[in-house]
Design a protein around this ligand. Structure first.
Ligand code: FES
Ligand code: FES
Length: 155
């Protein structure tokens, strides 16, 4: 298949790439850019493991073509920490025991961050709604919700 030129802005870094137009953003993030923090599971928009931020909004990167991410600001889990310093929501996930196998964690963190960026003191319902598109088979969700609320000291 003919490749297309695309310029992606990921975690503040610009990448000029040639990609097949059918390749999804999660594939390019993981396989071309080596940003494997974003997970791929269902590959059809059902599990939320591949959640990244595009212009501040959470999206399932398995449903976005890489070429359609051109001109958008993409943030992945790798873009949250500053060197060794974790983002407050990452600290909160650790503090609240919200991680077990960790497969869902990047997506959960990105969905939670999107909420906290627009609403720094969410309610329980808002926190639940924010991760309603993200599946976790390990934690039972409550620890994840506690971690999101914990960023603003509510838990
Ligand atoms: S891998 Fe994208 S939503 Fe499941
Ligand atoms: S921690 Fe294992 S799927 Fe969520």
């Amino acid at each position: 298949m003919k490749e297309a030129d695309v310029e992606l802005n990921v975690n503040g870094v610009k990448y000029r790439l040639r990609v097949e137009p059918r390749r999804t953003l999660v594939e390019v993030l993981r396989e071309t850019l080596g940003l494997t923090g974003t997970k791929k599971s269902c590959n059809e928009g059902e599990c939320g493991a591949c959640t990244v931020l595009m212009d501040g909004l959470p999206v399932a990167s398995c449903l976005v073509l890489a070429v359609d991410a051109q001109g958008r600001e993409v943030v992945t889990i790798e873009g949250l920490s500053k060197g060794e310093e974790l983002h407050p929501i990452q600290e909160s996930f650790l503090k609240h025991g919200a991680i077990q196998c960790g497969f869902c964690t990047p997506g959960m963190v990105m969905a939670g961050k999107a909420l906290l960026d627009r609403n720094p003191r969410p309610t329980l319902i808002e926190a639940r709604k924010a991760v309603s598109g993200n599946l976790c088979r390990c934690t039972g969700y409550q620890h994840i919700i506690n971690a999101i609320l914990g960023v603003s000291g509510q838990f």
